[in-house]
Ligand binder design. Structure first.
Ligand code: SF4
Length: 330
């Protein structure tokens, strides 16, 4: 049994307006997503801004109530979990947020931020809480005197270390990393990625690693799921995805990764047009308006996310012509 199983997850947000505040439209932020994560595994979730990847992460933790679908963590249906069981679930499934400047309470010292999870989970002895907070600081590479300081006294990378320390405080099994390095300088990004990898090896953590940068995701992920306009269009182990992308959107994303060596660069055609609004996605294949291979069937039938090879059920693509399309560019 997988640690996390997601089936048919949908998250639609109503848009209200007018004098009577009636429902005027629906934002189809997540529109039927399936994936699973094994214990100790990293699944990268990539796609352009606004494709719904952060909404997926928040729905897993019940920060949003999904419109439809099922999320199972260790076999338990997350939608049915309440009260103390929900508190336990949140201890086992934690989140690291994108913006370390926003995700830490500026009025609290780092010590009280790190002790809070232990307070919530019943550790009554102040000395024990302090000791655990000190251990967390050392584990993420911060000095002990950070305990008495406030978040504004740290750099962006150090604040993200504080966010990571808070996330591992209760020894979770899984962490949802919501663009954890995209607000950081490039030089700091690799330090934070390496810290996450070390913690994973030590604690057996599983990660859902959400990012828009394919190069960053490749560095850390065992498998990668590519999202476009609320749906997963391709999922595969990271080597396969980079070597042999099958969905036209994945092909375009990989072709657009900058290559440092000018001799190895090849021309590639950027995708035409813009991502359509999630208020009005195309009814069948969401990629149809930008796809160079679109045919009539793409406007008539929704392509299912299905295995290309029955012997490799974890490698799946949502395209009527998967397996027949040659990547353009490099
Ligand atoms: Fe392109 Fe059709 Fe495949 Fe959609 S189903 S990605 S429109 S070829």
């Amino acid at each position: 049994m997988s640690l996390l199983q997601v089936r048919g997850l949908k998250m639609h947000f109503p848009v209200h307006g007018g004098i009577l505040y009636r429902k005027l439209a629906t934002v189809y932020a997540v529109d039927g997503v399936d994936f699973e994560i094994e214990a100790g595994e990293t699944l990268g979730l990539v796609g352009e801004s606004g494709c719904g990847k952060s909404t997926v992460g928040r729905s897993l933790l019940k920060l949003y109530e999904p419109t439809a679908g099922e999320v199972r963590f260790e076999g338990k249906n997350v939608a049915e979990i309440r009260g103390s069981e929900l508190r336990s679930l949140r201890a086992e499934m934690q989140m690291i947020f994108q913006d370390p400047f926003e995700s830490l309470n500026p009025r609290h010292t780092v010590g009280s931020i790190l002790e809070e999870p232990f307070v919530i989970h019943g550790e009554k002895k102040a000395a024990a809480r302090r000791q655990k907070a000190m251990e967390l600081l050392l584990r993420v590479g911060l000095p002990e005197d950070a305990y008495h300081k406030f978040p504004h006294e740290f750099s962006g990378g150090q604040r993200q270390r504080i966010g990571i320390a808070r996330a591992i405080a209760l020894r979770p099994k899984m962490i949802i990393c919501d663009e954890p390095v995209s607000a950081l300088d490039v030089s700091i990004q690799s330090q934070i990625l390496n810290l996450l990898i070390e913690l994973q090896q030590e604690m057996g953590l599983a990660y859902l690693f959400i990012a828009h940068d394919l190069a960053v995701v490749k560095h850390i992920s065992d498998r990668i799921a590519v999202m476009y306009l609320g749906r997963i269009v391709e999922i595969a182990d990271s080597q396969t995805l980079y070597r042999d992308p099958q969905h036209p959107y994945t092909q375009a994303l990989i072709a657009s990764i900058p290559v440092p060596d000018p001799r190895q660069r090849k021309d590639f055609e950027p995708l035409p047009g813009e991502v359509p609004s999630p208020l009005h996605p195309p009814p069948h294949c969401h990629f149809v308006e930008r796809c160079p291979y679109a045919q009539d069937i793409c406007n008539q039938q929704t392509p299912e996310l299905k295995a290309l090879d029955p012997e490799d059920p974890k490698r799946r693509v949502a395209c009527h012509f998967a397996g027949q399309l040659k990547p353009s560019g490099r």
